[in-house]
Design a protein around this ligand. Structure first.
Ligand code: ATP
Ligand code: MG
Length: 397
């Protein structure tokens, strides 16, 4: 059986996609898939009753497709498959040929055929398909035995309307929901481990991502800024291009440093970060702010500190890492690919004018009192007037 194209079966979150929004979700999912596969010639992405099929020219390596699709939110799993007409003789012959080929390549002992018939008008039932195809494989590969409990190779046969598919593996995808189905958020992107992971998790639920970064130039360097862009390029593999607004917070830090109690420095700076971020988000049509905060991780992330920071802006602040341990966050950062870049040691704006004893139990009344001498609105407007905007594009490993 000569196949002219490679076929991939893509399964997506059936359960989450029930209801009226389903066609919209499916459209965004396929748009995203097509976008990532656009760089290859002759690739087709089509939906056929509850599954998406990718068909590519033979010379496009499987790894290229699975790597790109491994970055698409909304895909549950993907299987490279052999596409056949729904004809028992053809299926049997193809299964035998495939297993013989694999046997030569990999040398296993046992197998099992798992059959599924979605086309109920097909005259052979699923268990019978399994038996008949299994017998045909046994006949072709005399050394093989069937093992229904722990087979070395599990061969799936899926009979659909007019077409059938043979496949072996189900490679798991990212899961989540297609990008764009859940609005737009602005992540406060520092150079640390946490914030890229926070952005990733929100994007995984379908949120489009933009970023704001705070620098303290000349205390922070050009290299630190390059690191931020490098992180955003890795994030962009999953989220698509990321627009980063970089804002120099030094004028604000100097003013707080001059006029407010030292132990509140970090907290007041964080309140200003949120104010600036909210202004950027409003300007860019983002509905939410996203930070990499995790409960109790540092002085500014104690329950009291979070309460005081939260009282700064109207916009909801999403903290998807709030209940995660550092180890869990690091594991995710490694999986996403941001970890190595995050741990490069560059200075961060938070480390400028760092208080010796940051307040871990701030009270809102006291913070408001300390801030009273500042014209927050004017300070925010002044730093935003000097903002720099850069759009970064996905960078491959
Ligand atoms: P991260 O690993 O993300 O740097 P962190 O544990 O170092 O987090 P903080 O420095 O207190 O924690 O920052 C908490 C959150 O505030 C960050 O996750 C990020 O969302 C935001 N943030 C901190 N510094 C900056 C910055 N320079 N630019 C933009 N956002 C920042
Ligand atoms: Mg940080």
């Amino acid at each position: 059986m000569e196949e002219e194209r490679r076929t991939y079966i893509v399964r997506y979150g059936e359960v989450a996609l029930k209801g009226e929004n389903k066609p919209y979700f499916e459209r965004l999912l396929m748009e995203r898939m097509r976008k990532l596969l656009k760089k290859y010639e002759g690739v087709e992405v089509r939906k056929e009753s509850g599954l998406v099929f990718i068909r590519t020219p033979l010379d496009l390596p499987q790894e290229a497709v699975t790597k790109e699709m491994g970055r698409v939110f909304g895909i549950d799993s993907i299987s490279p498959a052999i596409e056949l007409p729904s004809d028992m003789d053809v299926i049997c012959e193809a299964a035998a040929e495939y297993m013989l080929e694999q046997l030569k390549l990999r040398g296993f002992r046992t197998f099992k055929v798992e059959a599924k018939r979605s086309d109920k008008s097909f005259p052979v039932t699923s268990p019978e398909i399994g038996r008949i195809v299994g017998a045909s494989v046994l006949k072709a590969c005399k050394v093989l035995r069937v093992d229904v409990h722990h087979p070395d190779v599990l061969l799936y046969v899926h009979v659909r309307q007019g077409k059938s598919f043979l496949f072996e593996s189900k490679l798991s995808g990212q899961g989540g929901l297609p990008l764009g189905v859940n609005g737009r958020g602005l992540v406060l992107l520092s150079g640390g481990i946490d914030s890229p992971v926070a952005a990733f998790l929100m994007a995984k639920r379908g949120m489009m991502i933009e970023a704001v970064h705070f620098n303290s130039y000349p205390y922070t360097s050009e290299r630190a800024w390059e690191k931020i862009q490098a992180l955003a390029r890795i994030l962009a593999r999953y989220t698509g291009r990321v627009r980063i607004t970089s804002v120099n917070m030094l004028p604000i830090q100097e003013e707080i440093n001059e006029r407010c109690p030292e132990e509140l420095m970090t907290l007041l700076l964080r309140r200003f970060m949120l104010r600036v971020a909210e202004a950027v988000a409003q300007d860019r049509g983002c509905q939410m702010l996203i930070t990499g905060e995790s409960l109790g991780q540092v002085a500014s992330q104690t329950a009291d500190a979070l309460v005081v920071t939260d009282q700064t802006v109207q916009m909801p602040v999403m903290r998807p890492l709030i209940g995660m341990d550092k180890m869990e966050i690091v594991a995710l950062a490694e999986k996403i690919g941001t970890f190595e870049t995050s741990i490069q040691p560059y200075e961060d704006c938070c480390t400028v004018f760092l208080p010796k004893h940051p307040s871990t139990r701030p009270r809102l009344a006291r913070v408001l009192e300390a801030e009273a001498c500042l014209d927050a609105e004017a300070m925010v407007a002044a730093v935003l007037a000097e903002k720099e905007v850069v759009t970064v594009f996905p960078e491959d490993e």
